[in-house]
Design a protein around this ligand. Structure first.
Ligand code: ATP
Ligand code: MG
Length: 203
């Protein structure tokens, strides 16, 4: 059961600025008096740590079926051990990646989206899901020395296509991430505050 808190997730390509923006959002919400907390996937649990080593920073990409199953298992623990307890304490939880990352990355690798949804049916629905949209050609230039096996132009292009399907369905709210960090943060905060105000007004 989902508690009384609010659950928001931030999605996007590798290097689009999710961690930067999720942390900024939490800080700015706290300044406004909200009891906001940061969390991320892969989680800090045992499966999350294993994913980072085995799936993201191995020599080559593992089977997308294995990726999907491990991420779903990690998400189950993340939801049970971190997200739901925080929501029960009426916190505003902001997750740096969530179920849309599985749909986008393993969907882009050719897996059936319905099957990915099925193995993630325990993942509670976020109240608001944000997609920080940056061109694949731009993120690929923000390469880090410890880049993951996902970080190549072809993968990022396919991943963006799947994310855009969810934007078109109205499940993800797209924010233009090609601007400065401050401008992107302002855009995200505006969407989140508008959402929170509307929610309070609901009967
Ligand atoms: N709006 C922006 N303009 C230019 N550079 C940015 C912007 N936002 C973030 N960056 C820079 O891009 C790099 C990646 O940012 P960040 O780590 O927040 O992305 P991420 O989406 O969390 O990446 P990953 O998926 O690898 O975790 C960092 O060096 C960050 O300072
Ligand atoms: Mg990050």
């Amino acid at each position: 059961m989902k508690g009384k808190g609010v659950f928001i997730c931030v999605e996007g390509l590798d290097g689009c600025g999710k961690t930067t923006q999720t942390k900024l959002l939490v800080r700015r919400l706290r300044e406004k008096g909200y009891d906001a907390v940061y969390t991320a996937e892969p989680s800090r649990g045992k499966i999350g740590k294993f994913i980072k080593k085995y799936c993201l920073h191995g020599k080559k990409r593992v089977s997308s079926v294995v990726e999907a199953l491990l991420f779903a298992a990690d998400r189950y623990e993340h939801v049970e051990n971190e997200i739901i307890p925080a929501l029960n304490e009426e916190k505003l939880v902001v997750s740096d990646r969530y179920v849309y990352s599985s749909l986008a990355y393993q969907g882009a690798a050719g897996l059936d989206l319905k099957w990915i949804e099925k193995i993630n049916e325990h993942a509670i629905r976020p109240d608001l899901a944000i997609f920080v949209d940056v061109e694949p050609e731009i993120v690929i230039h923000r390469l880090k020395p410890n880049k993951s096996v996902m970080e190549n132009l072809e993968t990022q292009r396919k991943v963006r296509e799947v994310y855009m399907k969810f934007v078109e369905k109205g499940e993800l709210v797209k924010i233009d991430g090609n601007k400065s960090k401050k401008e992107v943060a302002d855009g995200i905060l505006k969407v989140v505050l508008r959402f929170l105000e509307k929610r309070v007004k609901k009967p």
